[in-house]
Design a protein around this ligand. Structure first.
Ligand code: HEM
Length: 401
């Protein structure tokens, strides 16, 4: 699909229409047009995709509402994402990484997406739910989590134009979220976490909507980011050697306090990973009344896809656009033009968890490289568009030092 999109863009220009059955989106892939949609004319586009699986599963959460309803929810959640608050959680996050790496073989193979999902999921729950997800509960809940991810990913509903209700298989996940929220009830003060902020303002059903949304949005993206970063590094000896040297030059006990500038190569690897394989590769919108983009008027209700993927790989914007080259970010390197690098979206509704994701990325990559020598296996690797754009296929060979 993403290769087809590149061909379409090359033939049709940066704003074009697709048509498969009832799926007839306008794809937007130039920095100028993305700026229009994300900033200047953002009021003309809606986030809520009525009838899509995300709206059916997440009901009325931050991700699938607009206007005041959305802005209120975002305002309630923001304190949980303050940089100082997140830095304070780094040690707890590292303890989870430690525990998970302890399960890896001394010398063997690792299914990267599975391994990273465990870290991202447990890390998310620790930091934002204040909850230690134990092994038995993780195993019990995993099928529900995977069912939810399958349900919201692309499927036949795209052609039909409307999804059926969430499948029953999602129930273990929903029950888990409700249980964790109920256990947390009445907590707060010193160790206040996202779930406490939600519970103070919203009723039980809305807490369910937001908490479920944040759990999916906050761990599946990180899973993809971490998995791609390890796969790309394992396939590039030069950058693997540089990143490994850097990670091993910092004591494990100092990692919790490490800032991006203390680990510049690892930070650049993460940025370049998100350029080539942005986990959220499109921003989905609906045209509102009077919406227009790049001079085209859009009929109300028309689906719009803001393609962060296409613009981040555009050879007319980026030098050696398809190459994995973290060097482009070193020494203060920045995107060649504004709105050409949007792995966390842009404008006032950009990703609320971007700083947490980069903190987590640094800690996990550094710890893996400190503990293990890694290499790619021969299994071919490809990108797959599920709920996020994630790697499929390849495994990692690991050997503990
Ligand atoms: C590498 C990891 C991540 C990536 C690549 C990512 C990417 C994105 C992108 C591209 C958007 C904007 C989508 C659009 O324009 O339609 C977004 C929004 C959002 N992200 Fe993330 N994200 C990541 C991690 C997280 C985390 C850790 C959390 C929560 C803990 C989170 C929560 C959200 C929420 C709630 C929104 C919607 C914000 C709003 O509507 O106001 N994300 N993310």
């Amino acid at each position: 699909m993403y290769e087809a999109l590149e061909v379409a863009r090359d033939g049709l220009g940066p704003v074009f229409a697709l048509g498969f059955g009832r799926f007839r989106p306008i794809v937007v892939a130039s920095p100028e047009a993305l700026r229009e949609a994300l900033v200047e004319r953002r009021g003309a586009f809606f986030w809520r995709p009525e009838g899509d699986p995300v709206a059916r599963l997440f009901r009325r959460s931050i991700l699938v509402t607009d206007g005041e309803e959305h802005d209120h929810a975002r305002g309630v959640m923001l304190p949980a994402f303050e940089p100082a608050k997140l830095r304070g959680q780094a040690a707890a996050l590292l303890a989870i990484v430690e525990d998970e790496l302890g399960r890896w073989p001394r010398d063997g193979r690792v299914e990267v997406v599975e391994a990273m999902r465990r870290i991202a999921w447990r890390g998310f729950e620790r930091v934002f739910f204040g909850y230690d997800l134990g092994e038995a509960e993780l195993r019990q809940t995993l099928p529900g989590l995977l069912a939810a991810l399958r349900y919201i990913g692309p499927g036949m509903w795209v052609l039909r134009g409307r999804a059926g209700p969430p499948p029953r298989g999602v129930a273990p996940l929903e029950n888990h979220v409700r249980r964790v929220a109920a256990r947390r009830a009445g907590r707060g003060g010193e160790g206040e976490v996202l779930l406490d902020l939600l519970a103070r303002v919203f009723d039980e059903e809305r807490v369910r909507d937001h908490a479920l949304t944040m759990l999916i949005a906050g761990h599946d993206t990180s899973t993809a980011q971490l998995s791609w970063a390890l796969h790309l590094l394992a396939r590039d000896r030069g950058w693997l050697a540089r990143a490994t040297r850097e990670a091993r030059s910092v004591a494990a006990s100092d990692l919790a306090g490490a800032r991006p500038e203390d680990l510049p190569v690892i930070d650049a690897v993460l940025k370049e990973t998100l350029r080539l394989w942005p986990p959220i590769h499109v921003g989905g919108r609906r045209a509102g009344p009077g919406a227009a983009i790049a001079g085209y008027e859009l009929p109300e209700g028309r689906r719009v896809m803001l393609s962060y993927f296409l613009v981040q790989r555009d050879g007319a914007i980026w030098r050696r656009a398809r190459e994995f080259d973290p060097g482009r970010w070193l020494g203060g390197g920045s995107p060649p033009v504004p709105y050409s690098y949007l792995p966390f979206g842009g404008g006032p509704r950009n990703c609320i968890g971007a700083q947490f994701a980069s903190l987590e990325g640094r800690l996990v990559l550094a710890r893996v490289l400190q503990e293990f020598d890694i290499a790619a296996t021969r299994r071919p690797l490809r990108g797959a568009m599920g709920a996020t754009l994630e790697p499929r296929g390849g495994r990692l060979r690991v050997r503990r030092r």
